[in-house]
Design a protein around this ligand. Structure first.
Ligand code: VGL
Ligand code: ZN
Length: 208
C-alpha cells in the first residue's frame, strides 16, 4: 500500500502506561504493539498522538459512583457510560506517554477526556457524540485526509476514533496487529461489525 506523505497521517491512540501491563486499566499485551508502532511511525511524515487525560472524580471512574463496580455501565446524561478503574489521572505517571515511545517527529498530541462530566473515547468527539475535540478542524486545515489508526484499546478508543473519523469524512484504516483490545464481553465482535458496516478497513502493518 502506498503512503501519500502529504495527505496521510498515522493516528496513535493512548499509548500510556495505564493501558499497558502493570497499569491501572491494563490491556493484555498492550506493550507488545510498541515495536509495530515504531515501525509504522518511521513510515509516516505526519504522526498524531492522543493521550487519555482525566481529572479526579471523572465520570468514567467507578470510584466516582458509590457502590458501582468497574466494567459496569451507568446512564450518564449523554447515554450509557462504561465505568473503569481510576486511570490516566492528569499528570500522573500512568497518564504520561509510554517512556519507551520514541517518535520525535510527532506533530500533534491531543488530550481527551479532561472534562469531569463527560468521557471521550474518540479522538474526534466526546462521548455525547456532539462535542468536538478540535481534531477534525486540525486535520482539515493541514490537508490530512486519510488516517491509519493504531493503539489502545482496539474496542474502545481506537474503535470510536475510526467510527467518528469515517463519519466526519476521513478515510480511516485500522492497523489491526498494532492494536490490542480491552475485550469486555462482545466488545471486539461489536467493533468488527461496526467497522464492516462503516467500511472501516482492517489492515496489517506489513501491508504498508
Ligand atoms: C480507553 C477506556 C477508558 C481507551 C480509555 O483508550 O480505549 N478505554 N479510557
Ligand atoms: Zn479513559
Amino acid at each position: 500500500m502506498h503512503i501519500n506523505q502529504s495527505t496521510d497521517a498515522l493516528l496513535l491512540i493512548d499509548l500510556q502506561p495505564d493501558f499497558m501491563p502493570g497499569g491501572a486499566l491494563a490491556v493484555t499485551d498492550g506493550d507488545q504493539i510498541l515495536p509495530a508502532v515504531h515501525q509504522l511511525a518511521e513510515k509516516f511524515q505526519h504522526v498524531i498522538l492522543t493521550q487519555d487525560w482525566h481529572p479526579e472524580g471523572h465520570i468514567s471512574f467507578a470510584s466516582s459512583h458509590p457502590g458501582a463496580a468497574p466494567f459496569t455501565q451507568i446512564h450518564a446524561p449523554y447515554g450509557a457510560q462504561t465505568l473503569w478503574p481510576d486511570h490516566c489521572l492528569i499528570d500522573s505517571p500512568g497518564a504520561q506517554l509510554h517512556p519507551a515511545l520514541r517518535i520525535p517527529h510527532v506533530e500533534m498530541i491531543l488530550r481527551k477526556g479532561f472534562r469531569k462530566e463527560i468521557d471521550s473515547y474518540s479522538a474526534f468527539l466526546e462521548n455525547d457524540h456532539i462535542t468536538p475535540t478540535g481534531l477534525a478542524g486540525y486535520l482539515h486545515e493541514r490537508g490530512l485526509k486519510r488516517l491509519f489508526i493504531a493503539g489502545l484499546a482496539y474496542d474502545f478508543c481506537v474503535r470510536y476514533s475510526a467510527e467518528d473519523g469515517t463519519r466526519l469524512s476521513f478515510e480511516c484504516l485500522v492497523l489491526e496487529d498494532a492494536c490490542r483490545p480491552v475485550a469486555l464481553p462482545h466488545s471486539v465482535d461489536e467493533t468488527n461489525h461496526s467497522f464492516a458496516s462503516l467500511d472501516v478497513r482492517r489492515i496489517a502493518t506489513a501491508s504498508l
